[in-house]
Design a protein around this ligand. Structure first.
Ligand SMILES: [Zn+2]
Length: 241
């Protein structure tokens, strides 16, 4: 049975109760019946934190999704908890919240660049408080960087709400704005599509975690850009602590 992904609907959950469903002793992996740990994906790195089982604390050093299941890789050398043990998960919240702000900042950037220049995103990556996005953006030049930075910060200050919904595939496919984010690349078998909307600015099929309101992102600096060829351009951003 699939792991219940608490972070999909409760992005601000930093602690949770769960039960051990299976483990891989050799690789020190623990599978839980539900988790708030983001396993990484869509450019957002996985969460860190700890899993507590009674008096034993296991540092979570990596989280990954394999098929429908989320596995928590733990450090230390304490024997792993037995199957069905009740445990508490605690995220490294400062790191996760920075990633939520950074991820939302990248969506603001991509919404602004599409709205103002019609440029499509081809990829992206992030670390806490910094990220980059690649665009098909032939007309990008140096002077535009400041214009884009100002436009992005206007959207931060506009306090736009960020809404998450999980829609049946057919319904999601009828939203014209979603098509540009390559929703058609989603595997056939996926029955539901998680949609992240920055109200009035950006709409994407997305599995990541985001803040609820753009003001939580804080000021965004566009720190650099690079040409990756005539058409492909990469824009780098940085957030404040
Ligand atoms: Zn995203």
């Amino acid at each position: 049975m699939a792991t219940h992904l608490l972070y999909q609907t409760a992005g601000y959950l930093s602690e949770f109760q769960s039960r051990v469903r299976s483990m891989d002793l050799e690789n020190r992996l623990i599978e839980l019946d539900q988790t708030a740990f983001y396993p990484g994906g869509g450019g957002q790195p996985c969460d860190f934190g700890m899993i507590e089982a009674g008096d034993v604390v296991y540092p979570v050093t990596r989280v990954r999704k394999m098929g429908d299941l989320v596995f928590h890789q733990v450090g230390g050398d304490a024997p792993l908890p037995e199957i069905t043990t009740s445990v508490r998960g605690v995220l490294d919240w400062p790191r996760r919240f920075r990633l939520m702000r950074t991820h939302t900042a990248l969506h603001i950037l991509c919404g602004v660049v599409f709205r103002d220049y019609g440029a499509l995103v081809t990829g992206g990556d992030m670390e806490p408080l910094q990220g980059r996005m690649d665009f098909e953006f032939e007309s990008l030049h140096k002077d535009l960087v400041q214009v884009i930075e100002a436009a992005v910060n206007r959207e931060v200050e506009a306090a736009r709400k960020v809404n998450v919904s999980i829609l049946p595939r057919e319904q999601a496919f009828q939203i014209p704005d979603l098509i540009r984010t390559k929703i058609n690349l989603l595997p056939e078998g996926i029955a539901h599509v998680r949609v992240v909307e920055i109200q009035g600015l950006d709409l994407q099929a997305d599995g990541g975690t985001h803040v609820q309101d753009t003001t939580e992102v804080g000021a965004i600096r566009v720190v650099d850009y690079k040409s990756k060829g005539k058409i492909n351009k990469r824009i780098y951003i940085q957030l404040q602590e």
